[in-house]
Design a protein. Structure first.
Length: 81
């Protein structure tokens, strides 16, 4: 494989999967790999009635609210591109 092709593929890999390279940098710095796919707590406000209804819906359906909200956000971001 020509060097230019390898460099192009490497740049694309970094752009598409920055979390992998951030994990490698963290390992180099600390000697430990971070947890894969870390979660972060988000604070936002939502209508009380809507939250109560959605919480009950998720409980009855056996869904995790945070996982469902993640999916909604992912779908919205997909529509942007």
């Amino acid at each position: 494989m020509p060097l230019s092709k390898f460099v192009e593929l490497a740049k694309r890999a970094v752009k598409e999967h920055p979390e992998v390279f951030e994990a490698l940098l963290e390992y180099e710095r600390t000697g430990k790999l971070p947890k894969p796919n870390p979660k972060e707590r988000a604070n936002f406000t939502i209508d009380t009635k809507l939250l109560r209804l959605y919480r009950n819906y998720c409980k009855k359906q056996g869904y995790k609210m945070s996982a469902r909200i993640e999916k909604f956000v992912e779908e919205e971001l997909k529509e942007m591109v």
